[in-house]
Design a protein around this ligand. Structure first.
Ligand code: G3P
Ligand code: MG
Length: 249
């Protein structure tokens, strides 16, 4: 039995650190994650930045839309205190900062394009250029809830791996993924039922559900030989994977 389900830290180690900060990514690596997932948007002056929401309100001490800030303004914001006072030095990283650091690790990267609400013109090409600049093509998967954007990624470079993000019970989503040109299904956890895992595997499409935070779900998916899980708690997931390995040996 293959128990090598890969572990992606969701927004970094977001359970223990402020999401989408260098602190959270470094913690994910220390926890033994195989990869990190993070969300990308664009500033007014077209700098790619790593933040989940379209506005800075929830995760910083500022207010307003990411698209209305210049990067120089955005980098002044405190992106850690909302989580815990001890992280007050954390700020919103650029995608380039994350790539520069990740290039010296062996982490897998899941770049989520956050262009469902705000249409950041040219974000696909800008992200691809940076992936190539840092030679990360072979260990990066680009995902999005905006599937038109994934079609655009595939049009620009058909060798890059892409994955569709979805929340609901799509029928035979591996067929839909193939139509988009994607090789992965990043589904909401409740949708990751055995039929989906079996069907996707038979069609050589990778399944990486999010956000898998409870041990019982980690056990279920790792025992079910799911390709990967995306979790806020990479350290716990690594422990569960070790426990499942012992079960089969
Ligand atoms: O990429 C998996 C997951 O991050 C998608 O949802 O809202 O956490 O970005 P969200
Ligand atoms: Mg995300």
């Amino acid at each position: 039995m293959n128990t090598n389900t890969l572990i992606f830290a969701h927004r970094g180690a977001a359970g223990t650190h402020p999401e989408n900060t260098m602190e959270a990514f470094k913690a994910a690596k220390l926890a033994g994650a195989d990869g990190i997932e993070f969300d990308v948007q664009m500033t007014k002056d077209r700098v790619l930045v790593v933040i989940h929401d379209e506005t800075v309100d929830r995760t910083t001490n500022g207010t307003g839309w990411v698209k209305d800030f210049t990067y120089d303004q955005l980098k002044q914001l405190d992106a850690g205190s909302w989580f815990d006072e001890s992280f007050q030095k954390a700020n919103i990283p650029t995608l380039e900062e994350v790539f520069k650091w990740a290039a010296n690790t062996s982490l897998l990267l899941n770049v989520e394009l956050k262009n469902g609400v705000v249409q950041y013109e040219g974000i696909e090409e800008a992200v691809i250029d940076l992936i190539k600049q840092y030679k990360l093509e072979d260990r990066t998967v680009i995902s999005s809830f905006n599937h038109y954007s994934l079609v655009e990624v595939n049009r620009l470079d058909s060798k890059l791996e892409t994955a569709i993000l979805f929340m609901e019970g799509l029928y035979e989503p591996w067929n839909y993924a193939k139509n988009v040109g994607a090789t992965g299904l990043h589904c909401f956890l409740p949708v990751a039922v055995p039929e989906l895992l079996v069907g996707a595997r038979a069609n050589h499409v990778q399944v990486r559900p999010f956000t898998v935070n409870e041990e019982k779900h980690m056990y279920g998916l790792i025992r079910g030989q799911c390709d990967a899980i995306i979790t806020d708690w990479p350290e716990k997931a690594v422990q569960v994977r070790e426990a499942v390995k012992k079960e089969v040996n």
